[in-house]
Design a protein around this ligand. Structure first.
Ligand code: NDP
Length: 463
């Protein structure tokens, strides 16, 4: 490929792009990476990492409350948003710096600017320091996705999660729109930080696609913690008053006033500025780049990984897709990433962890399933007088006895589900889970001590 400026050109220095660029550069191939904002991408700069820091920050409020129940007195702390922002931004800059030097150490060149195709092998990178044209033998598109908002009157007065990371002041009141990961996580974060939050969701229950028991339990727990949740409710318009107050005009003539309105109504593949038509790269019906199981697009020398393909927009998935691409194309080991049994977590308060099938999906796929479900007051908060309840649910395919779904709502659910995912991925049976000795006293021990099949109250009454 000596005729090209580089062997591999990567568009986007996020989780997927950085992993692929590093692995490929380490083979001695000439790699260039274009990044239009900061190295690290959504996950590091304005996604998972700063979000998790905000989750930690907001969780302390409850920790102080629990501490009082354990005999700690005079716990009346005050939260300093500006101090937190400063420390958080310093940490993000540090991580971005590590990603940048990892790329450089592997031998990849970073070009700062927006990349777009001029033809199938030529890209233009336009940045603050000018415009450069580069030719490449192979190209990997890993440009991620961006927030999307519905076109409503007054939508220009609203923010998305991207701005929520940098609010100059912590508002007193906030309306957050959506019922997915971002809306719920940010509603809990700001509620925990003392903001009066109203969560507005158009559907009958939050987290569409998750197990129904999880959805119902989470909504109950959020309300128990004092979050105002409005379901089956939608915005008609947003009005801005002269004093800056925003008025959300909702279904059934309901209005809610707030200082900030944040829309978390999904993200769309970041394809608009790429000039894909110049390269002949095709999109699928969801507007994402269409790829096969090896992340190949319809153009022989162009691949795409991560959120821009909208297969499963999660950081570890983008990393594994990128790794599979590098293994296949540069290490002589054809590799496909298996998108089944990927664990996922919603860092709400309480958090949700899930792996495998929901009960509904399992009934559809396996027809006969057994359910094991428990709800209990966790010891730690229960001792301090807290009413919160934890939910654990196992979905078992009756024919094989295998656990095909595991769902947890409650403290540490994401940590537990990462480990449970090993067993679900390995296809272990309920009997094998049960043969594992409990570790006492933990909440997680419930996962191996659920012996009675669960029959919902309404079914039990009918029998
Ligand atoms: P989601 O797809 O999870 O949720 C979008 C929400 O907005 C849904 O509840 C949807 O409703 C609602 N919605 C969509 N359009 C409208 C509209 N016009 N009016 C009102 N409501 C609307 O997207 P997010 O933005 O929350 O997150 C994007 C992706 O990022 C997630 O799918 C996830 O993969 C990833 N992510 C992962 C995280 C994690 O791993 N913890 C954290 C954050 C993001 P409906 O359900 O009815 O369609």
């Amino acid at each position: 490929m000596a005729d090209y400026d580089c062997d591999l050109f990567v568009i986007g220095a996020g989780s997927g792009g950085v992993r692929a660029a590093r692995l490929v550069a380490m083979t001695g191939a000439r790699v260039m990476v274009a990044e239009e904002y900061r190295v690290g991408g959504t996950c590091v700069i304005r996604g998972c990492v700063p979000k998790k820091l905000m989750v930690y920050a907001s969780d302390f409020k409850r920790e102080f409350e629990i501490a009082r129940g354990y005999g700690w007195v005079d716990c009346e702390p005050r939260f300093d948003w500006k101090k937190f922002l400063m420390t958080k931004d310093r940490e993000i800059a540090r991580l971005s710096g590590i990603y940048t030097s990892n790329l450089a150490n592997a031998g990849a060149d970073i070009l700062y600017g927006t990349a777009r195709f001029l033809d199938p092998h030529t890209l233009e990178v336009k940045g603050e320091e000018g415009t450069r044209t580069v030719t490449a033998g192979k190209i990997l598109i890993a440009a991620g996705d961006r927030p999307t908002r519905p076109d409503l009157p007054g939508i220009e007065h609203t923010i998305t999660s991207e701005e929520a990371f940098h609010l100059p002041e912590l508002p007193k009141t906030m309306v957050i729109v959506g019922g997915g990961y971002i809306a719920i996580e940010f509603a809990c974060i700001f509620h925990g930080l003392g903001v009066d939050v109203t969560l507005v969701y158009r559907g009958p229950n939050l987290l569409r696609g998750f197990d129904e028991d999880v959805r119902a339990h989470l909504a109950d727990e959020l309300r128990l913690r004092g979050l105002n949740v409005l379901l089956s409710c939608q915005h008609q318009k947003i009005e801005k008053r002269a004093d800056g107050t925003l008025v959300s005009h909702l279904t059934d003539s309901l209005t809610v006033e707030s200082e900030v309105v944040m829309f978390a109504t999904g993200r769309e593949p970041h394809v608009k500025t790429l000039g894909l038509d110049k390269a002949g790269v095709k999109l699928n019906d969801k507007g994402a780049i269409a790829v096969d199981d090896f992340s190949r697009t319809n153009v022989e020398h162009i691949w795409a990984v991560g959120d821009i393909t909208d297969r499963m927009p999660l950081t570890p998935v983008a990393i594994r897709e990128a790794q599979a691409f590098a293994e296949t194309e540069y290490y002589g080991r054809p590799t496909q990433f298996d998108h089944a049994e990927v664990p996922t977590a919603v860092f709400s308060q309480p958090p949700v962890g899930a792996v495998g099938l929901s009960e509904t999906q399992a009934r559809h796929l396996h027809r006969e399933v057994d359910i094991y479900l428990t709800k209990f007051r966790p010891m730690r908060s229960g001792f301090a007088g807290g009413d919160e309840r934890m939910l654990m649910k196992l979905v078992v395919a009756r024919a094989t006895g295998k656990i095909v779904g595991c769902h947890i709502v409650g403290v540490d659910a994401p940590e537990m589900i990462q480990l449970a995912a090993i067993a679900v991925k390995a296809g272990l049976t309920k009997a094998q889970w049960d043969s594992t000795c409990a570790l006492h006293p933990t909440a997680a021990e419930e996962l191996v001590t659920m012996h009675e099949k669960y029959v919902p109250a309404e079914l039990a009454a009918a029998e």
